[in-house]
Design a protein around this ligand. Structure first.
Ligand SMILES: [Zn+2]
Length: 338
């Protein structure tokens, strides 16, 4: 348990209004007093006093004009007098010891609010106030997107679940509420959030490319713009195609006689099946080039598709085929390799 000792601020007394005052009465009292105590309108010798009064008036207005803050303040009860030594207690997560802190009289912090205010509305309470809000841009986030070669080649729209963080609604991102850590986010100011995004994939993205999704990164604070989400492209292994820069490669399995005699065969490409002429005497490892059947090139045009010839030795052959192979073997005897 932590006890924070500070000086009670009677916001109703400061504004000179009744505890049952309406929002309108509070507003007009605030305007009148703010005009009266504005430091710029005071003679030099009264400036210091006026600044203090002006801060107290602003703070009182900050609390009483906000229904949520006012309700919380009212729950403290009416037994307190302005200037009383006020002890506020809260349970800090994980803290077992008892601590006492004492804050001096009307000690206004960097945010221009008293310790009393900050203890009641959070140690970062001034961050939630209208007067001290500064927009903070959200973080850029990096993630990955896995695409098949076909998806990367064609591009298009792809739905994807992205897990990220949202500003905690319980504390508006400050991590504190009512003098303690926010219970909803545990004091981090953010909560995990999953969202589904429609990702536009440009046609021809390659391994390692980054797709930028503007405004889909971390949320901004206090009206700050959100960060961006960068998706790093990972290309998944493909049963037929290998990608090497903008060049697509695949294997073509030929029977020995197709390789020897040449043939017309069907080959799958990114654009679908095409007919390829295999020249006679094609050796294993020979690469046939299918012009402009690869990925788009940066400067326009397309890469090629290389078809690598493999000789497929049949595991089972018929008696007739066996006979012919024997004949071939006889004919080829004594012939040396060119
Ligand atoms: Zn929170």
């Amino acid at each position: 348990m932590i006890y924070l000792k500070t000086t009670f601020q009677d916001y109703y007394k400061i504004l000179g209004v009744d505890r049952n005052a309406t929002a309108k009465e509070i507003k007009s009292a605030y305007r009148r007093l703010a005009r009266k105590w504005h430091p710029d309108l005071q003679p030099a010798d009264k400036k210091k006093e006026a600044e203090e009064m002006f801060k107290r008036i602003n703070e009182a207005h900050e609390v009483l004009s906000d229904p949520e803050k006012r309700a919380k303040y009212d729950r403290l009860g009416s037994r307190w007098q302005d200037g009383d030594e006020f002890t506020y207690q809260y349970q800090e997560p994980g803290a077992g010891q008892t601590h006492y802190y004492y804050s001096g009289d009307f000690d206004f912090g960097a945010g221009g609010f008293s310790d009393f205010f900050e203890q009641l509305f959070g140690r970062g309470g001034f961050r939630q106030s209208r007067t001290a809000r500064r927009p903070v841009r959200g973080q850029d986030i990096e993630s990955e997107i896995e695409l098949t070669i076909e998806e990367a080649y064609r591009g298009g729209i792809r739905s994807m679940r992205v897990s990220g963080e949202a500003i905690c609604a319980g504390c508006a991102g400050s991590g504190v509420t009512g003098g303690g850590f926010c219970s909803r986010c545990g004091g981090t100011g953010t909560v995990p959030r999953e969202k589904t995004l429609e990702v536009k994939i440009p046609a021809g993205v390659q391994e390692g490319s980054r797709i930028r999704l503007k405004g889909q990164g971390g949320e901004g604070l206090n009206g700050g713009s959100p960060g961006d989400l960068y998706l790093k492209v990972r290309i998944l292994p493909h049963p037929l195609f290998r990608l090497n820069g903008a060049t697509v490669e695949s294997d073509l399995f030929l029977r020995p006689e197709q390789a020897v005699l040449g043939d017309k065969v069907t080959v799958n490409t990114l654009d679908g099946p095409v007919t390829v002429t295999v020249p006679p005497g094609s050796r294993a490892g020979t690469k046939l080039r299918l012009r402009e059947k690869g990925f788009p090139l940066k400067g326009g045009g397309r890469g090629h598709h290389l078809v690598r010839i493999q000789i497929d030795i049949p595991a089972h052959i018929s008696e007739a085929e066996k006979e012919l192979y024997h004949k071939l073997s006889e004919l080829g005897k004594g012939r040396s390799r060119a």
